[in-house]
Design a protein around this ligand. Structure first.
Ligand code: CA
Ligand code: CA
Ligand code: CA
Ligand code: CA
Ligand code: CA
Length: 376
């Protein structure tokens, strides 16, 4: 409406010295009002089909979890970081792989039941990529950090049993807690990026070492600054995001030759939408380079959502509140998300968050249908 009126020529003051006759003036006023009403009505009538993709998606500020996993075996701050494995032929048989930083790594089905627990070493962060060529096979390759032994451990997912099978150990030069994987759309190469608690980052190129084992060579290292852990890479757009816990989210290039130039996506404190510690990061992939970057804002028990596109515009934050059956989510470390249909319980995809305080046992992971969090 404003452009409509603004486009009318400004009245020439010199021509209104003689006022127009009142009836004509009234007619003009009424006619103008009728035209304005018609224009407003036309603007308010939807012109496209219902369900058209919205240019400004809505983040629902408060939702409840529909499933929680069995508690991890160890008490206190033990559960840490999840990753979702999507079953190749039966989406409802997909699993959550979750770490226990006091003792191991577990596998849970989509009802939350523990299917496997490997309790031989405390494990910090975990990530995976599927369709990885290893020997003669295409596998889902999982990597996880073990800070206590300065190492990254590789596993594959056995599709029949949905369990983890160990595939090798890589010794890093740091004590890595954070970990994310990157598969370059440019080169096809696969990397594990390890983040030490002191802010040291090491990028390792993964390759098959024979006998179905995984080995790696270091291709980059740099310092973020302060204490850091959470990270995620955008395979298609070539970005590496790292959480510096007291400061905010940094975006780097993910290729090994990308150097150390970086952009601050969002910050803690004035002007930011995050409250320290900034923890887990994950990416919800949409079509054509669209989608969302999600961060755990541990200090206010919320999750912040940004556009995946290069401006990383902030869209809103949400909490996972207590429902009738499942308790709320607080003090979250790791998160993961998929936009893949995982069957009747999660038809629009799945968001998973570590919960720092579980009302009926040790820490665990909470599951939320993705379509409940964000709408078009
Ligand atoms: Ca914690
Ligand atoms: Ca993870
Ligand atoms: Ca942390
Ligand atoms: Ca809780
Ligand atoms: Ca509970």
């Amino acid at each position: 409406m404003i452009p409509f009126y603004a486009s009318l020529p400004a009245p020439d003051v010199s021509t209104i010295a003689m006022p127009p006759r009142p009836r004509i003036a009234l007619f003009i006023v009424l006619a103008s009002a009728a035209i304005a009403l018609a224009v407003v009505t036309a603007l308010q009538t939807p012109s496209g089909p219902v369900g058209t993709i919205s240019s400004s998606p809505t983040v629902r500020p408060s939702i409840v979890a529909t499933v929680e996993t069995d508690p991890v075996p160890h008490s206190r701050d033990a559960a840490d970081d999840p990753v979702i494995w999507v079953h190749p032929s039966d989406p409802a048989a997909s699993t959550i792989i979750g770490t226990d930083k006091k003792g191991g790594i577990g596998v849970y089905d989509l009802t939350g039941r523990q299917l496997q627990y490997i309790g031989d070493r405390p494990t910090n962060n975990v990530d995976l990529r599927s369709g990885v060529s290893l020997g003669d096979e295409l596998v889902s390759l999982v990597t996880a950090t073990v800070a206590r032994t300065d190492s990254i451990v590789a596993y594959r997912v056995d599709v029949e049993t949905r369990s983890l099978v160990e595939d090798g150990t890589i010794r890093t030069g740091i004590s890595p807690q954070g970990l994310c994987m990157y598969r370059s759309a440019r080169s096809g190469k696969l990397y594990a990026v390890a983040v030490g608690g002191n802010g040291n980052v090491e990028q390792w190129e993964l390759f098959a070492a024979g006998g179905g084992q995984v080995d790696a060579r270091q291709v980059r290292s740099f310092r973020v600054g302060g204490k850091s852990e959470g990270c995620v890479a955008d395979d298609e757009l070539g970005y590496l995001y790292v959480s510096e816990e007291l400061e905010g989210i940094w975006r780097y290039g993910a290729e090994p030759d990308a150097g150390t130039s970086r952009t601050l996506v969002d910050r803690t404190g004035p002007g930011g939408h995050l409250v320290a510690d900034v923890e887990g990061l994950t990416i919800a992939y949409g079509p054509n380079g669209t989608g969302y970057l999600i961060a755990s804002s541990q200090g206010d028990n919320t999750f912040a959502i940004y556009r995946r596109e290069v401006d990383n515009a902030y869209l809103g934050s949400f909490e996972i509140r207590a429902g009738d059956v499942i308790d709320n989510v607080t003090d979250t470390d790791g998160i993961d998300v998929t936009t893949t249909n995982l069957g009747p319980a999660f038809p629009g995809g799945l968001f998973v968050a570590q919960d720092g305080s579980n009302d009926d046992g040790n820490q665990n992971f909470k599951l939320v249908p993705w379509e409940r969090i964000i709408g078009g």
